[in-house]
Design a protein around this ligand. Structure first.
Ligand code: ADP
Length: 639
């Protein structure tokens, strides 16, 4: 029989498939099943107008038959079938949607570079069979035809086409599974359990039953009896045809059919979480874009991955066929902890990641579900605060990073979801903080250190607390960045008690402070010189009450940010330093002691005491002190 040649472009794709080093070969089954399902759809559709079809909805099925001796997997459908022309047109060329897109994208991605990782992103269609099979036989009979047709190919060198006997309408795709190699094990695909697993993973929700022989063990009577007359039993293995897909996904069912509790059970089983999710979102959208979604907000972090490394948790389906396990382009990274499913008939099965990125419908779905997730979280925050706090403990960092990401583009969307520790010993949102502000309070006060505990202990907080104002305590560099991104809340600006002017002084007080600063100019100048490079300036403070000194910074870059940059990727980043200012409490006895020493001409002692104060300020600010031993020596000298 004459061998026909594939078109050049098909040949190239086939080559790729056959020699594929791509690890995700298992998707072949999804592709072949999906074709079978489409073929049934077509015949089922035809039967609406053609009574000769003679099949009713319940008759359609997809069968998977394994023959271990022949090393074949057959996927059989009773769908529309193909004639010789169809085989030639559909199986011999890349002209159809998915494969065509694949080819174009492949060209763009420089197939030569052997970067085949993109294969899994495509519906690569029928050709994917060649990833696991060295020969594919298609036996088909088209609806309305008496005879069947056989198409056969061993890969890139061409295919044969001939007439064949086939008793019923439909298609058998027979894949002759490759022999095992040193590295590649293909025999696993001849195991019934493995194929069941693949059907469950990729095609569970195909609308038509997928039927397969499944091994079943039973305790049966042997016919003999024991000595006491009781019947003898033995274990027997049966092969039983079973439908292995569930056909109607849980998210396709209405709220009256499936309770929220059922959904939660589904979540726990599918995502291996022993805790109930903190929120459940069920959407049935019809209109410009139709889709169903079932989404879960976990209540705990049970993966060892953080923000940037976390794979998005939403799987994309089109009409019950999984098209992307972890869809990146649906919701932003800050919601990557959300798990669940989005299923839309408006999305094409054969869609690439690159195309998805620009897909308008996907964008609409994404923005709708983000709004729903947000409103669900707001509801939780209002109605069940402990539960929200538990959620925030695990995923608050994602939301904070989301505020800072992309130059603060999403800050207004996320701001109401954030919680901060407050001096009232509870967690509070910025909105709530502003609502609680007394008339006299001008700004949102916060103190920041490397932990909440250290922030509370900062000497600069004393003055604010003395006035009875609520404060926010930030416990890490990201918190400061978040406030820097947010810039304000309901018209109120943020005031960093460590670095900013608290704005408490009256004009007279300010004037008096300036006078005092002037009077002490020489003394402060001495302390500054004594400290050398360590500080940019030394000033008298109006923020201190019971403590003698504190360290502040000037020019926007704070000590917390400096610490953050210290772990940065480049030397340049790591060497970034905040401009340090030492503030002294002019009314404190420790400062008076330094001044006395200086005034009495004991500049050695005055210098040593100045150094002690500077180191104390650094310690309280949570900064590292450069020479701890020298500090210990200085302090020991006081005894
Ligand atoms: P796609 O499904 O993206 O069109 P495929 O390479 O998977 O691309 O399949 C090519 C075509 O071959 C299908 O569009 C369909 O017309 C035909 N085909 C494949 N499998 C079957 C089948 N089991 N029954 C009928 N037609 C089929």
């Amino acid at each position: 029989m004459a061998k026909k040649q594939f078109k050049a472009e098909s040949k190239r794709l086939l080559d790729l498939m056959i020699n594929s080093i791509y690890t995700n070969k298992e998707i072949f089954l999804r592709e072949i099943i999906s074709n079978a399902s489409d073929a049934i759809d077509k015949l089922c559709y035809l039967s609406l107008t053609d009574s000769n079809v003679g099949l009713s909805r319940g008759d359609y099925k997809i069968e998977i038959i394994i023959d271990k001796d022949q090393r074949t997997i057959t996927v059989r459908d009773n769908g529309i079938g193909m004639d010789a022309n169809d085989c030639e047109n559909n199986l011999g060329v890349i002209a159809k949607s998915g494969s065509y897109k694949f080819k174009n994208e492949m060209n763009a991605a420089q197939a030569e570079s052997e970067d085949l990782s993109i294969i899994g992103q495509f519906g690569v269609g029928f050709y994917s069979a060649f990833m696991v099979a060295d020969k594919v036989t298609v036996l088909s009979r088209k609806y309305g035809e008496e005879a069947g047709v056989m198409w056969e190919s061993k890969g890139a060198d061409g295919y044969t086409l001939s007439e064949a006997e086939k008793a019923s309408v439909g298609t058998d795709v027979i894949m002759h599974i490759k022999d095992d190699g040193e590295e590649e094990m293909y025999s696993e695909f001849l195991q019934s359990w493995r194929l069941q697993e693949l059907v469950k993973k990729y095609s569970d929700y195909v609308r038509w039953p997928i039927i397969m022989d499944v091994e079943r063990y039973e305790h049966v009577k042997t016919g003999e009896t024991n000595e006491d007359g009781s019947p003898k039993f033995e274990f027997k293995t049966f092969n039983e045809k079973q439908t292995i897909n569930s056909m109607i996904p849980i998210w396709q069912r209405s709220k009256s059919e499936v309770s929220d509790d059922d959904c939660i059970e589904f979540y726990k089983e599918k995502y291996h979480d022993d805790k109930d999710p903190s929120a459940l979102v069920r959407i049935n959208a019809e209109g410009a874009v139709s889709y169903k979604a079932m989404l879960f907000v976990p209540s705990q972090q049970n993966e060892m991955v953080f923000y940037a490394d976390r794979k998005p948790g939403i799987t994309l389906y089109s009409n019950g066929v999984m098209i992307m396990e972890s869809c990146e382009d649906l919701v932003h990274q800050y919601f990557s902890f959300v798990k669940g499913v989005v299923d839309s008939p408006d999305l094409s099965l054969n869609i690439s990641r690159e195309i998805l990125q620009h897909d308008r419908q996907l964008k609409i779905i994404g923005s709708n579900i983000e709004k729903r997730i947000k409103s669900e979280l707001e509801k939780l925050m209002r109605n069940d605060r402990p539960k929200y706090e538990e959620f925030f403990k695990h995923f608050g960092m994602d939301l904070k990073c989301g505020v800072c990401d992309e130059y603060g583009m999403h800050k207004d969307f996320l701001r109401d979801l954030l919680l901060f520790y407050s001096s009232e010993d509870k967690q509070i949102s910025l909105k709530e903080y502003v609502e609680n502000m007394p008339e006299s309070q001008k700004a949102i006060y916060y103190a920041s250190s490397d932990s909440i505990k250290h922030a509370i202990a900062l000497p600069q907080c004393e003055e604010v607390r003395k006035r009875g104002y609520e404060m926010l305590y930030l416990g890490g560099p990201i918190d400061e960045m978040v406030l820097a991104s947010l810039m304000e809340q309901d018209g109120k600006s943020f005031c960093n008690v460590v670095t900013d002017d608290l704005g408490f002084d009256t004009d007279e007080e300010k004037k008096a402070a300036e006078e005092l600063e002037k009077e002490n100019k020489d003394f402060l100048g001495f302390v500054k010189d004594a400290l050398g490079e360590a500080v940019a300036d030394v000033r008298l403070s109006r923020k201190l009450a019971s403590l003698p000194c504190c360290l502040t910074t000037e020019g926007g870059l704070t000590l917390e940010m400096e610490k953050y940059f210290r772990n940065g990727p480049s030397e340049e980043m790591r060497s970034i330093r905040a401009t340090r200012i030492l503030e002294l409490n002019g009314e404190h006895s420790a400062v008076a002691a330094v001044k006395n020493a200086w005034e009495s001409g004991d500049s050695h002692k005055a210098k040593e005491l100045s150094c002690i104060l500077a180191r104390l300020a650094e310690l309280m600010a949570g900064a590292e002190i450069e020479d701890p031993t020298e500090f210990a020596r200085l302090v020991s000298g006081l005894f």
